[in-house]
Design a binder for this molecule. Sequence first.
Ligand code: LMR
Length: 394
Amino acid sequence: MLENLTAQPADKILALMAAYKADPRNEKVDLGVGVYKDASGNTPVMRAVKEAERRILADQSSKAYTGLAGDPAFGKAMRDLVLGDAVPSERIAAVATPGGTGAIRQSLELIRLAAPNATVWLSNPTWPNHPSILKYLGMKMAKYTYFDNATREVDFDGMLTDLRKVAEGDVVLLHGCCHNPTGANLTYDQMSQVIGILQEKRAVPLIDIAYQGFGDGLNDDAQITRLIARSFENCLIAASCSKNFGIYRERTGILMAVAKDADQQALTQQTLAFLNRQNYSFPPDHGARVVSTILTDPALRADWEAELEETRNGMLALRQQLADELKRLTNSDRFDFIAHHRGMFSRIGATPQQVEEMRDKHGIYMVGDSRINVAGLNAETVPVLARAIVAAGV
Ligand code: LMR
């Protein structure tokens, strides 16, 4: 049987992780996979997470199953964190999932059940795993213009032109904040225009929100998601806790589906629980329990928010330093976009050859499309990257 297998395409982000590990150079710089690193290159366990884990270890008296949707306390805490009071809770169906990827996967499975002929529209570019999962599931997909390689900002006119081609019932995947891989984001007003078109087309938004708190702050980063949730009868929201709680390996995420009324919510909830049962039965609990412990305890929550703010401000400072350094070296404002972008990533606009040159000559690892993970930098490596960018002729 196994002789029939053919090699599957490598995930380019994970392949880059392996290449970085195998590079023997001491001065190498990892700007690949989206994992936050502090100034000394560590990915710390957040203080509030440590404390929540200590409490769970001391107090937990059972490891029996929770429910197919996960612990209800996690569901409620995440609904509040992401959606606030944008939509009445009676309209929201939700299941805990293994990470944000699990939430994306389950959202696509739900779409496949409810609208097997729908095309799922993805921003061009998007996180490479979006098209990969869609292809694996045999679903129809299309791309809408998103990024202007010349300005390194959103090509808004191009985006609107393409979204006008969306058919009734199609699904449009939007990044809630901190667009991955580009770092370029829509303003609230621009998103209102997008919403107008999608309403006219009777399309269904699917929001991937994996970096809430990494852009303009916890609340600000949720505004676009809340606006969309308020504006449609149905929408799907895949949220990840990997980054903002720093619990990558615990696989903690949630899929929320906004239904038009309580009856539709009940049917959707039952379907989501069914999908969890088919794919992995009960979702992982530890990370979810850490998250709900933090979000429901005012002191722990305040400490988590403070540490998240330090993280966010650290990334903003690195962005500014890199933009300033490039301004000094090039005597131009060509790279100012790096300071405007938000989140962990920026696509800097280098060609694949230039990306390769920076890796070979300077040991700088970025994704082949020239996405850098800003959190992989520190005050010492920013000038190294800036010089490499200039030397490669970006
Ligand atoms: C990334 O884009 O680097 C992260 O979302 C990690 C991943 O799983 O690809």
